[in-house]
Design a protein around this ligand. Structure first.
Ligand code: ATP
Length: 199
């Protein structure tokens, strides 16, 4: 799987629609301090479902919308689109190209689209779960993150290792199966009580 393009429109310092094309090989993004390099990696993290405004250096999610500058008024919405080449079927999705789009409005409501079809955040999270691109992954390491990982609690570090090892999906399925088992056991107990009363 490869990133083909990233389009930022009204996201943080990118007030105008900006398309970044990723060519084969290594891509380096260079620029002076404060020119928006970190905003680009944050846009990738945001479009694939980041839920913490703090992780995007904001207080609340609408802070990702272009807030205005001395010469320009702020905007009412931000949009990021990520186009992935999935011809190796790295992501469990039956298309060679995957377009993921996220939009946010001032009221904080986010919309997600997968190949132009409206989907839920849950669908995005599931698509990337255990792929190494999930929320807790090492794929995107921002400034200060290395230190934070070293200083994190053992349980938090374990979560990271589980994401990388790809066991999170199975843990989630186990939890679901356990809750179904518990509810079936409750039903069986009720049936046993009724049978006991009838005998
Ligand atoms: P450095 O090299 O210092 O790490 P950088 O190139 O990574 O810098 P960023 O941190 O990505 O730069 O960008 C910071 C800039 O983005 C600041 O000028 C800040 O004002 C601007 N910015 C962040 N959020 C918004 C927003 N919502 N609206 C407008 N501008 C924003």
């Amino acid at each position: 799987m490869k990133i083909k393009t990233l389009t930022l429109d009204g996201f943080k310092s990118f007030a105008d629609k900006t398309v970044i094309e990723f060519q084969p090989g290594l891509t380096g993004i260079v620029g002076p301090n404060g020119s928006g390099k970190s905003n680009i990696t944050e846009a990738i993290r945001w479009v694939i479902g980041e839920q913490s405004a703090k992780n995007l250096r904001g207080d609340k999610m609408p802070d990702v919308i272009f807030a205005g500058s001395e010469i320009r008024a702020g905007l009412n919405r931000a949009e990021v689109e990520l186009v992935l080449d999935n011809s190796d079927k790295y992501l469990d999705y039956p298309h060679e190209q995957i377009n993921i789009k996220r939009r946010i409005f001032k009221d904080g409501e986010s919309e997600f689209y997968l190949n132009n079809k409206k989907i839920r955040l849950k669908d995005i999270v599931e698509l990337f779960m255990d792929t190494g691109l999930g929320r807790e992954s090492f794929s995107i390491i921002s400034q200060g993150r290395v230190e934070a990982i070293f200083n994190s609690k053992p349980e938090e570090r374990r979560k990271l290792i589980e994401e990388v090892a790809g066991v999170l999906k199975y843990k989630k399925e186990k939890k679901k199966a356990q809750s179904e088992l518990d509810s079936t056991t409750d039903h069986l107990n009720r049936v046993a009580d009724i049978v006991f009363e009838l005998e």
